[in-house]
Each structure stands twice: as C-alpha cells, then as structure tokens.
Write a protein that binds this ligand. Sequence first.
Ligand SMILES: *Cc1c(COP(=O)(O)O)cnc(C)c1O
Ligand code: SF4
Length: 343
Amino acid sequence: MSAALTTIADLVAEGLADPAEAEALTRVTDRFRLRLSPTMRAALPSGGIAAQFLPQPRELTIRPEERTDPIGDRAFSPAPGLTHRYPDRVILAVTQVCEVYCRFCFRRETVGATGILPEADLAAALAYIAATPAIREVILTGGDPLSLSARRLGAVLDRLEAIPHLETLRIHSRVPVVAPERLDAAMIAALDREKPVHLVIHTNHPDELTPEACAALRRLNRAGVAMFSQSVLLRGVNDDAGVLETLFRALLRNRVKPYYLHHCDLAEGTSHFRTTIAEGRAIMAELKRRLSGLALPAYVLDIPGGAGKVALTPGMAEELAPGAWRVTDRLGQAHLYHDPDRA
Ligand SMILES: *Cc1c(COP(=O)(O)O)cnc(C)c1O
Ligand code: SF4
C-alpha cells in the first residue's frame, strides 16, 4: 500500500491541491497537521470525504469564540494523558498520532504534536486509575489508539484489565474506516479479551464504509468487540437527513450501533463546518421519522468550558432568541451557548 500524504507538496504532486494556493495551504498545515491515509486517498472522489481531510485556506480564519481546548479537557486532567470529568469513567490519551488528521478535529492543536504517551506518564495514569475505585471504565483515545502496534496496545490493555474495579475497556478510533488494514490478526487478537471491549468508531459519511472497512468490522465482531459509532455534524459533508440516514443504516447493517451525533465543537479555524443547533435539530427530527431507535444516535453538544455533554433535545436545550441557547448539564446547571456566525 502507498504511503500517507503529509505535506502540501505531496498534495500538489497528486493533483489534490492548486499550486497557486500552496503557500496559503502551507501556512494552514504549519498550524494544523495534514495526514491522509492511503484508504481515504483512494476514496477521495467522494466530495464528502475530500472536505474532511484536504486543507483549505479558510482554516486560517479563527473566530473569537473558537478555542484551543474547546471542550475544556485541560481543567479535568489529574495527570498527563488523563481526563477525569465524570466520576465513573476516565479518558486516557495513549498516543497523539492518527492515521488521518481531520480538518474539524476538536483536538487539532495537539494531535500529531507528540507521539506515544511516555512510559512514566502511562504508569502514573494507571496508578491513578488503580487508586480510584469509582472508575469503572477507561476510554482510550488520542490521537488514535489503534494507530499503536498490536503489541503495544495489547500491553496497555493487559495492564488495564488487571485492575480489578475496571469493568469495561472502551476505545475511540477512526482506524476501522480510515485504515482498516491495521485490523490484522494480531490487532484482532489484542482486542479479544476477558473483559468487554467497547469500540466507538468515528465515521461521518457513508462513503467511508468501503468494502475493506466493512470486512474489518466483521473481524472485530467475530472477536466479540461491541461496536458503536460517533459522527460529527459537518456543514457540506453530512448536514442532510438523506446522507445521515444512509450512514446510520449502513452502520447497523455492519453491526455498529449509532451512538452519538456531535454538534461541531468550537475548534480553531472550523467555522465553515459548523451548522446551527436549529439545523441539527431539524435533521434529527426528520431522522426520527425515518429510522428505528437502534439506528438513531443522540445529538449532543460538548458544552464549551468543560461541563460535559448535553443531549440537544427540547427538554435540555431551549432557544431563547435566534441562535441563543440555554442548555442544562447533567448536574442541572444552565449554560448559555450562541450559534456563532459563519465564516
Ligand atoms: C465524552 C466523554 C466521556 C464519555 O462519555 P459517554 O457519554 O459515556 O460516552 C468521558 N469522559 C470525558 C471527559 C468525555 O468528554
Ligand atoms: S482521527 Fe479523531 S483525533 Fe484524529 S484527527 Fe481525526 S477527529 Fe481528531
């Protein structure tokens, strides 16, 4: 398989970037990394895929409400690599590397900046988890945990599985769709465990579900991995009930339960991707008419600043004036959120 594309020169050489824009695009990728996996390179003729991965000069437009830490993870970090916001579960970022760098990523300031979590930090994180019996679930993220070698990932999972109060191991990954070849026999064996493994797959457009991706999902299913999906609502990519209906039906056919549809976070230089909450709710209302409960994810907002996720249902989110929302977090606290103007 050919190599990933990581520079504007690579894109120009493949006819994927306009040489006249190369200088502006290089300023974009100096700030927000570029990486396109061979599988997504092959799927690029789909406009829904190209917009997610090919850099654009308008990423240099940073709006005042956009943040380097849009969902407030840093305030909840008891140790490097760990985020502990909810009592019963923690996020452990085992690596900053991904197989692709998505142009709308809410961690775009940090992905790719460093590599694998150093052993001393990993050991400290595991010690914190082992000393905190309220934690029942560890969520491996990054970066992308499935970009680790099977040996290294298996070793992390072994150490987690040995902590008696951990009940489930969760992994958030884009690899099953963007680099399905990584799910070879060794990786599948590393994921087939005594304790349940829940895999939440990030996928946004039905064209990502290539035959190779579907075959990888089948291998994961045979290893007893329970599969869910999370998608980001993206203007110009999937802000359409028909596109999302096709995606969610295809996921269910491949044994993946649609879990979350995220409202696009306030990451820097991403305003061209953002819809309004009202637009998202209208799409969800239409999907509710068309889809079974199994195929329907929850539409959620990660409240800027760190109050956690809120379902954007009429009960939890109220539009006080056009674009001005009052959302209620899980502790009953109200927060104001404004739909930003678009770029
Ligand atoms: C989203 C998130 C989780 C997982 O939440 P679920 O609703 O269980 O999927 C856990 N910790 C943090 C910090 C999160 O942002
Ligand atoms: S794969 Fe996930 S973490 Fe990596 S760049 Fe894409 S959205 Fe961000």
